[in-house]
Design a protein around this ligand. Structure first.
Ligand SMILES: C=C(O[C@@H]1C=C(C(=O)O)C=C[C@H]1O)C(=O)O
Length: 449
């Protein structure tokens, strides 16, 4: 069966978006494949191992997903957008049962989710540290596995899958928070009503160049629905312009404008012509409480306001079973893909963190291990940096603190025991870390006081 990749682990917003896409029924026979990074999703499509990949492109409060844009501009230049969908995104604060908001000392999540909840975090958790993870679902899994007073920002689906409780609901600062996802493939879509075209271009470094390039669209009456710039990565001050416009690349005015742009000597990369999922269903959301753009990213102009004017921006017509302002939950009521429903009630009651409904295979498990390893490296680097800072506060020759080392080892052992791992094993790992920490501090020589 042909495969479609998405950014995992299961429980991410990308997975929910993929469920929407598959539920819409245009592509029935695609097997979802969960991958640890956006790079892996695009590389899989590029190599032909995946028929398609579903990735986030922009968010109504945080703007572009830079990694996706950069990969399309610089690395995977043979990939095209085939479909887009805009989904409302609601974030919840998740923690192990029994935790309270006041007790949370660290909040883990994907950088975009942390950014979208920054106001809430400042107001209600001013003392908590933020820690970035590869995905919201990975954050939930880490909180579930840790004995620390940590919380994750993520979906209810992730909470269910990992046995976490929802400490606070809908903590995103912008009520009409929505993300635009696109399906990428090796060809773009056929012409049709309601099509959109996305492209990237660069202009020569001369006065009026951007103005003249944009005039090619204006003079042909082409409506630009988005314009954004990113560094061209050649040198400081050079930019690529990302544009979305209404129309298919084969529509006469669009075709002419693109030819004119190319003739100007501008670098041009067509990202494809495509229709939103379920034509005409993209709705402009109402304005959130004074935040974000008036209409969510990717919403078409001229649409009626979102359901209830509450900022929903569904791109699928069929909303049976979907919450008005929330993401659909994998509760089996209205979500038409039983294959995605995670472990049964018994699992949930036992708080078992099941990643896949039917046991994942070797490649999938290894991909998940790779994602955990990447996070471990990040955490180890964080520890080293802290150790170095501590070293700078010490006097040269007085680096070791045996009482502190004992405490660190004791705590590691306790956490291991609580998580069902042999304490001795974890202590050995920490002995190695402490040895390395002392070396780092020795090298920096302590404070010169
Ligand atoms: C980091 C410190 O320095 C050393 C390294 C330690 C560690 O890696 O945890 C603990 C005690 C010290 O011997 C510290 O004093 O906190």
């Amino acid at each position: 069966m042909a495969k479609i990749g998405y950014l995992g682990p299961p429980g991410t917003f990308s997975e929910l978006a993929l469920q929407y896409y598959l539920a819409a029924g245009e592509q029935r026979d695609l097997e979802p494949v969960c991958l640890p990074s956006l790079d892996d999703v695009l590389a899989g499509v590029d190599r032909g191992e995946l028929a398609a990949g579903l990735v986030p492109l922009e968010n109504s409060s945080e703007g572009a997903v830079n990694r996706t844009q950069d990969l399309l501009a610089h690395r995977f230049t043979g990939l095209f957008i085939q479909k887009e969908m805009v989904l409302p995104v609601e974030h919840h604060l998740l923690a192990r049962p029994g935790m309270t908001v006041a007790a949370v000392r660290r909040v883990l999540s994907h950088p975009q989710a942390l950014a979208q909840c920054r106001g809430y975090l400042r107001r209600l958790l001013p003392g908590a540290l933020e820690m970035e993870t590869a995905s919201t679902a990975a954050a939930a899994a880490m909180v579930a596995a840790s004995g620390e007073p940590w919380a994750a920002i993520g979906t209810r689906a992730a909470a269910r899958a990992c046995g976490l409780s929802v400490l606070a609901e809908k903590i995103n600062d912008c009520q009409s928070n929505a993300t635009r996802f696109v399906v990428l493939g090796r060809q773009d879509g056929e012409p049709g009503a309601g099509c959109k075209t996305s492209l990237i271009f660069s202009v020569a470094d001369r006065p009026g160049e951007l103005y003249s390039a944009l005039a090619e669209f204006a003079r042909r009456g082409i409506n630009l629905t988005r314009i954004e710039s990113r560094p061209a990565r050649s040198r400081l001050g050079e930019y690529l312009f990302f544009i979305d416009l209404a129309g298919h690349r084969q529509d006469a005015p669009v075709k002419e404008a693109l030819q004119a742009l190319a003739a100007r000597g501008a670098g041009l990369r067509l990202l494809g012509s495509y229709r939103p999922l379920e034509e005409g269903a993209g709705k402009a959301p109402g304005r959130g409480a004074g935040c974000g753009p008036g209409r969510a990213a990717g919403c078409r102009s001229g649409g009626s306001s979102g359901p209830g004017g509450e900022g929903c921006c569904f791109a699928v017509n069929s909303q049976a079973g979907l919450e008005k302002t929330g993401l659909p939950e994998r509760n089996g009521d209205g979500w038409p893909h039983p294959a995605y429903v995670p472990g049964g009630e018994a699992d949930r009651a036992a708080g078992v963190c099941r990643q896949e409904p039917v046991g994942p295979g070797l490649p999938e498990l290894r991909r998940q291990i790779d994602a955990v390893d990447a996070q471990l490296v990040d955490l180890l680097v964080q520890r080293m940096q802290l150790v170095e800072q501590v070293g700078r506060l010490k006097q040269a020759g007085r680096i070791r603190d045996y009482a502190r080392e004992e405490e660190v080892l004791r705590r590691a052992g306790e956490h291991a025991r609580a998580a069902g791992v042999r304490p001795e094993l974890m202590k050995q790992v920490f002995q190695l870390l402490i040895r390395q920490a002392v070396e780092i501090q020795d090298k920096s020589g302590g404070a010169q006081v």
